[in-house]
Design a protein. Structure first.
Length: 456
């Protein structure tokens, strides 16, 4: 099959760039969102929840890396599930991943706009959010090498800022501050704290959401069999250290309850120690933009590769699977995801779900997509181990079957919990999957006419 009928992406990414993508996709979650878990679980309860989610993600990444290196494909989870379970499995994984990656950027872009509005009150946050889309869609279209290098730079700056935050507040850190009322408002554990710990699961997931997006860049890696395991493992270890450090130092800096329902917990925590007029505080506020940009930019790269792969395989309209003749990037897929994101931005004040605006709920919708994708990916790992025992596996999941089984069980617990606490969002998520499946069934003939990619 020639390049026109089976377009391919350019292999340019190094190990460091893949690590930058892995961490950058997630790092905005260290800056905002997670502290809402304190509101329901308290600091101690949320710490337990976060440890459980961290263990789930660690075992998931060690297992997921086996799939990514065995099937280095831009479709990521879609490709693994299609190989394991056929077209329907591919659809479920692809649709879930698409929901995760398309609906996360609008929330982050609105956060960027809100931040800029604080600095420049005359600037409409929604206009700034759209401007962010236009800038970073353009950067992604120009070339993956440029995009990945930029991602690496802003990720390193974002990590540096988090380390500065921990260093500045450390002199005022007190474990007594962190533990006070740490079990859903109580000083000691009781069974009454357990529901709050389960309700806080989505906010703990926000610490790590989207790290699996590196899989969508696997087709563009110079040496995926070597570089992807290093990038994934180094990435999850980096994020684990940052998540624990940020949570502990923020909670121990003062009255953590004042940080549990706001979008800027780190600057507010720093105020406890250095006051409102410190130069450290101003630096944190300005550099905080790098964390948001790193995730926003990286997720655009991720959603575009997923749209591209699904279109190339016939799951989405074929014209979305085109590659730019000069830049060798999936330009139409980048633009299509941006159109959906911008539409979500301007729907924010019009659509209310469960008493909250769309912005407050699209993160949860994105998490639903991620959890379903984790479940079917781990199921695919078990299936392929059984049906294709001689497949080339450059990296094999350690402690198999314990690691993938723990990741699978953990994801199932998360899904059940999220459905219980977010029934309306769960219904919307299911509705999107059903509508997508209707399109899927009408395009069967076209998919069957497309030759499967060699990597699947």
């Amino acid at each position: 099959m020639d390049a026109k009928t089976n377009p391919s992406l350019k292999k340019t990414l190094t190990t460091w760039q893949l690590w930058g993508i892995a961490v950058g996709l997630v790092i905005s979650g260290e800056y905002f969102g997670w502290s809402y878990g304190w509101a329901s679980a308290g600091t101690m309860g949320f710490l337990i929840t976060s440890i459980f989610i961290a263990a789930m993600y660690a075992t998931f990444i060690f297992s997921f890396t086996e799939l990514t290196t065995s099937i280095p494909h831009a479709g990521g989870p879609y490709a693994y599930s299609r190989r394991a379970f056929g077209p329907v499995g591919g659809y479920i994984a692809g649709a879930a991943t698409l929901i995760e990656f398309v609906f996360a950027p609008p929330a982050i872009s609105l956060a960027i706009g809100a931040y800029l509005n604080v600095q420049f009150p005359a600037l409409d946050p929604k206009v700034a959010a759209v401007g962010a889309y236009l800038i970073f869609m353009t950067l992604n279209i120009i070339g993956v090498q440029i995009a990945a290098t930029f991602e690496l730079v802003v990720t390193v700056l974002a990590i540096f800022e988090l380390l500065v935050f921990m260093g500045v507040v450390s002199p005022g850190f007190s474990i007594a501050n962190f533990a006070k009322g740490g079990w859903s408002g109580q000083d000691s554990f009781s069974l009454a704290a357990i529901p709050g710990m389960f309700a806080a699961i989505p906010f703990a997931i926000w610490f790590f959401l989207a790290i699996e997006g590196v899989a969508m860049a696997a087709e563009e890696a110079k040496d995926p069999k070597r570089s992807i395991p290093i990038a994934y493992i180094a990435g999850i270890l980096t994020l684990l250290a940052l998540a624990i450090g940020v949570m502990l130092f923020a909670g121990g800096s003062g009255d953590w309850s004042a940080l549990s329902n706001i979008n800027d917990p780190l600057p507010q925590a720093m105020k406890f120690i250095v006051g409102e007029n410190s130069g450290w505080l101003h630096m944190l506020v300005w550099l905080g933009l790098f964390g948001l940009i790193a995730s926003f930019h990286g997720i655009i790269l991720g959603y575009s590769r997923q749209i591209f792969a699904l279109a190339r395989a016939g799951y989405l309209p074929g014209w979305l699977g085109a590659v730019h003749p000069k830049f060798k990037t999936p330009h139409r897929a980048i633009i299509a995801g941006g159109v959906v994101g911008i539409a979500a931005i301007f729907s924010d004040s019009l659509i209310v779900i469960g008493g909250q605006s769309l912005t407050a709920n699209i993160v949860t919708l994105s998490v639903f997509g991620a959890i379903v994708m984790y479940i079917i990916s781990m199921a695919a790992l078990f299936k392929l181990r059984r049906t294709e025992p001689f497949m080339d596996r450059p990296f094999r999941a350690p402690m198999y079957p314990i690691f993938p089984a723990f990741a699978l069980a953990g994801a199932c617990v998360c899904l059940v919990t999220m459905v219980y606490y977010n029934p309306l969002i769960a219904a919307i998520f299911a509705g999107v999957l059903i509508v997508g499946y209707a399109y899927f069934t009408t395009t069967r003939t076209r998919r069957e006419s497309i030759m499967l990619e060699p990597s699947i």
